[in-house]
Structure formats: C-alpha cells, structure tokens
Ligand binder design. Structure first.
Ligand code: GDP
Length: 432
C-alpha cells in the first residue's frame, strides 16, 4: 500500500486531523508540546483507495537540537513515504521550525500536500491563502475539529499517490491455478489420476475462465483448481535430445503460471538435488507450496526413520511448507492434500494490517534490540506489508540490519502470523 507520512509541529492538530482522515477515533490526541511520540501508523481508505497513514510524531519546539529533530523527521518521512502531508497551524502562521521542514521537503522530489489546520472560519481562510508563499503548491484549509475541508484534502492526497495496481480479474474469478511438480517417476501423473478419479473432473466451463488445452479443471476437497500442464504430466514429453533441459523449462513454466505448487517427492528414495532445486524454484518464484511424500506404501520402518532425519536436515529450508505423506497408488492420505492447499493459499494471500505489524515490530525491537556495531544502533523504524501473494514486507530502518538479525525478524514474523505454506519476503530500506 502507498504510504503517506504526516509531518508537523506538536499542537498544530496533527492527531485530530489523522482521526478525521481515518473517520474514527483511533489516533489518541496527545500532542503535548515537548513530548516526542513514537510513530504510529494506520490503514486509511478514501474513495475506494487504501493507503497507510504514518504519524511521524512531532518535534519538540524547546528541546535541544531542534533543527536536527526536524531534519530527522522530515528525512524519515521522505525516505519511507510515497507522499508527505505537512500540517501547519492557520491561526499562528508558520514558524521558523515550519520553514526548516519546508526547505527539506522542497529539496526532496516527494509530492507534498500542505494542510492549513484550524481554519474554522472565513477570517483564518485568508491566513491559509498566504501559505502559497511556502512554495508547496495549493494550501488546503481544513478544520480537523469540525471536519471542514478534509474531503478536498484527501482528494489532493490521493492525486499524489501512484495509480492503483490494476485488479487481476482472472485471478480473482477463476479457479486457483495449481502445478504438480517433481522429477520424473515420483508419481505426478499417478497423483493426478488419483485426484481426478476420486474427485469429479470438472468438464463444464467455469464462468470467466479460459482453460488452456494443456490444463485441466479438477476438484479437490470441494474446491475447483486449474491443474497446469496436465498434458505434460500425463504424456511423457519425449525430446530426442536435451530431454532434461526441456523438462526443467516446462517445470519452471508451470511454477510461474501457478499460484500454489505440490512438490511430489519419492518417499521410498533418498532426497536428491533435483528435488531441492524444484522446491527452491517454487520458493524463489514466490508461490505457495505443499510437499507430498509419495509412495508411502513402499517405505518400511527403517526408511521412515531415515526420512525423518532427511526432513529435519535437507528439507529444513522448506520447513515453512506443510507436508503430507501419501500414496498415489493406494490413495492413502490423498484427501489431506485439499486442506493443505487451502491453508497454503490462505497464507499466501494474508494481509497483516499496518497497525498490527508495527505493534509486533515494536515488541520484538524492545525485547531484542539490534546489537550495537561500531558505536551505532541500527533500528527498525517502521514496517508495512507492501504486497500479498506472497506476503512481502518492507522495513524502514536507520542503519543496515545484520543478516542474522533480519533472519531473526523473519522467524518471529512466522511465529507470530503463521504463514504456513507460503514464502515470506522481507525487504529493508535503510537510512544511514
Ligand atoms: P511421474 O513421472 O512423476 O508422473 O510418475 P508416474 O505417476 O508415472 O509414476 C512412476 C511410477 O511410480 C509408476 O510405475 C507408478 O505406478 C509408480 N507409483 C506412483 N505412485 C506410487 C505410489 O504411491 N506407490 C507405489 N508403490 N508406486 C507408485
């Protein structure tokens, strides 16, 4: 979601304006001069457009190092936001501290919307017009208290944001796309046949979908899926030369078209590099994953003992995916595939609200601060979930995070929010 940072001195009515924009009393009004609050963020909506509103906290007018506070707040807003909302007080006009932040904002190329607050009547309206001379474009007179002008202000904010991504209607309406992947002979086509036999093969055309001739609609656990490249799975594609090369291209193509993949492994045989490569490719392509250990009927106790070691060691990088032990031949536990697929897809599409995410980040940062390195303390300032499918988070930090700390954050994210069956991406945008 696009991020809008709200910047301004304490007492200009920032929190009241934030409340007004959110349309609910969420941002507690506590703009006490001289008290710098922590950043708080909220998910906001206007005219069907969603964005994240970050209150960057006010700067303390009488504190030492005022210039530095202002610069920091403005810089952070510029670094992390798609647009900046600068709030000034229409009843007192601009102070030197406002001017300082205006300079920083003007130098940046970020879009800035200027709100002149406390314009409760005609008289202060003239005062608002004089704010043209700040060089930040049209000043928007508002009364956060009475709600005056907030609609126009919101329109102006939306105008500065990047256009909304087009809605992927096909993905929204059609059945979920699933790819069965795995090296030759692990039982992919047997599994497909089993599913198609156990379940109804959907022959009629589902509204709004066009099925590729190599694909097939199959119902699993009451849910219709488009199985990708079933033609390729059913009839072995024979190439005179470079067979493996073409097979792996085909697999990669199927993964890319899929939303969720079933990686089929042969439980009766040791894991191979090719198995790992295929699962790695699912993860790197950012698709949901369920691991199916097939040919369970061929495993004896000794093999199963060995297998659990394999799972703990070689399959450990994919511990985020759930696995099912099945036999495509006998049908054992094939019915567990459906719930696992639905869980993986639900995780894949999870959206964590910005408020929840930052409450969580606040907790882990407080309990486990980043180690101090060469006198500096890298810190996570704010985070937002930039995307779903798969969940992708952006952390805004001061200083670079160590890889170990980043992994710790990723691990805690999973502990907190689950994400079973989906890769999770975390990106860091550091301000030095
Ligand atoms: P694919 O190349 O991955 O599509 O594998 P196939 O479905 O063609 O299966 C390869 C061989 O393994 C065939 O001889 C299948 O009968 C056999 N097979 C598949 N699944 C199972 C299973 O669960 N148990 C046993 N015992 N054999 C299986």
């Amino acid at each position: 979601l696009p991020v809008v940072a709200v910047v301004g001195r304490p007492n200009v009515g920032k929190s009241t304006l934030v409340n007004r924009i959110l349309g609910r009393r969420e941002a507690v009004v506590q703009d006490v001069p001289g008290v710098t609050r922590d950043r708080v963020s909220y998910d906001a909506d206007w005219n069907g457009r969603s964005f994240v509103l970050v209150d960057t906290g006010g700067w303390a007018p009488d504190a030492k190092g005022l210039a530095q506070q202002i610069a920091e707040q403005a810089e952070m807003a510029i670094a992390m936001a798609d647009a900046v909302l600068l709030v000034v007080d229409g009843t007192v006009g601009t102070l030197d501290s406002d001017q300082a932040v205006v300079r920083v904002l003007r130098k940046s190329k970020k879009p800035v919307v200027l709100a002149v607050n406390k314009v409760d009547d005609q008289r202060t309206e003239a005062e608002a017009s004089s704010m043209w001379n700040l060089g930040l474009g049209e000043p928007y007179p508002v009364s956060a208290l009475h709600g005056r002008g907030s609609g126009d202000l919101l329109d102006a904010i939306l105008d500065t944001l990047p256009p909304a991504p087009p809605i992927d209607y096909e993905a929204e309406r059609g059945p979920r796309r699933i790819a069965i992947v795995g090296k030759p002979n692990v039982g992919k086509s047997s599994l497909l046949n089993k599913l198609a036999k156990q379940q109804r093969v959907v022959v009629d055309n589902v509204a709004g979908t066009t099925v590729d001739p190599v694909d097939e609609l199959v119902e699993v656990d009451g849910q219709t899926y488009t199985f990708i490249d079933t033609a390729g799975i059913r009839r072995r594609v024979k190439e005179a030369s470079g067979h493996e090369y073409y097979a792996s291209l085909r697999t990669q193509g199927a993964i890319e078209r899929a939303e969720v993949c079933v990686a089929v492994l042969d439980a009766s045989q040791p894991l191979t590099e090719q198995d790992v490569r295929i699962m790695t490719s699912v993860e790197e392509t950012g698709r949901a994953l369920v691991i199916a250990y097939n040919k369970w009927d061929l495993t004896d106790e000794e093999r199963r003992k060995y297998l659990s070691r394999e799972v703990e060691q070689e399959v450990a990088p994919f511990a985020w995916a759930s696995h099912v032990n099945i036999s495509a031949m006998t049908g054992r536990h094939v019915d567990r595939l459906g719930p696992a697929l639905q869980e993986a897809l639900a995780s894949w599409e999870t959206r964590i609200s910005t408020g929840k995410l930052n409450a969580f980040l606040g907790r882990i940062v407080a309990a486990h601060p980043h180690p101090v390195r060469s006198g500096k303390q890298p810190r996570i300032l704010f985070g937002t979930q930039a995307q779903t499918s798969p969940p992708t988070f952006v952390l805004f930090t001061s200083g670079q995070l160590e890889p170990g700390y980043l992994r710790f954050v990723e691990r805690r994210l999973r502990e907190e929010f689950g994400f079973v069956g989906t890769p999770v991406h975390v990106e860091v945008r550091a301000r030095e």
